[in-house]
Design a protein around this ligand. Structure first.
Ligand code: PRP
Length: 209
């Protein structure tokens, strides 16, 4: 038996559909809205729902053998785990955004973000001095209220930016959901974890064919 941490919410629904098409469906997960722990219909996998940002914690510490986790969280927290497959689900971009009329005077920059490590690494690579303002959501408000000069945040459809008169000034990286594995689980349950990875890969190829 392999345990898989699923990210709750919109991404989780897409991820579960992929697992179902790969043969790991679970009737109960489709029926019960508040239950957190499930067994797949084929008895090979146990699932549990966690906050998307917590998937890597469960997997790194071995409470889950595998999980599906956004590349943004992996790059922000740098967990000690294996990244096995890019599912291509939940595609979006990590970007530097600001007010449409923002002019960079190359001075010390105030950067608001939910991703302080990604932002720090990005600006360090350019040798740029910045002050990080860590926020937990509604990041787009920061430049509008003068809290920051720019934001480092996820852009999916671009709608939030457009509706707030903000624009992308640079792209840091492409983001998508990755299948990850606990390092010891990958060794001790090699056959089972590899089978799941291959089944998911096949299901993804069928979808794009
Ligand atoms: C994310 C992100 C942006 C928005 C981008 O926020 O932080 O605000 O989605 O999506 P879009 O390009 O399709 O508009 P989320 O919905 O997670 O809410 P949050 O403000 O609580 O972070």
């Amino acid at each position: 038996m392999v345990s898989i941490a699923l990210p709750k919410g919109r991404l989780g629904e897409k991820v579960y559909s992929l697992l179902k098409s790969a043969g790991y469906g679970c009737r109960e997960i489709e029926e019960k809205e508040r239950k957190l722990l499930f067994l797949s219909d084929n008895g090979k996998v146990s699932y549990f729902w966690v906050k998307p940002a917590d998937v890597a914690v469960y997997v790194e510490l071995g409470a889950a053998d595998m999980g599906i986790c956004g590349k943004d969280i992996i790059d922000e927290t740098e967990p000690d785990l294996y990244e096995l497959l890019d599912t291509g689900l939940g595609k979006c971009r990590m970007c530097v955004c600001a007010k449409e009329n923002f002019e960079d005077n190359e001075g010390r920059l105030k950067v608001a973000t939910k991703f302080p490590c990604i932002a720090k690494k990005y600006y360090e690579s350019m040798g740029r001095d910045i002050d990080i303002i860590k926020l937990n959501g509604s990041i787009e408000l920061a430049p509008l209220l003068g809290l920051s000069d720019v934001i480092v945040d996820i852009v999916e459809t671009g709608r939030t930016l457009r509706e707030n008169n903000l624009a992308v000034f640079a792209q840091i990286e492409d983001i998508s959901a990755r299948l990850v594995s606990n390092k010891s689980s990958y060794n001790f349950k090699y056959a089972e974890t590899e089978k799941i990875r291959l089944d998911l890969e096949d299901a993804l190829n069928d979808k794009t064919r």
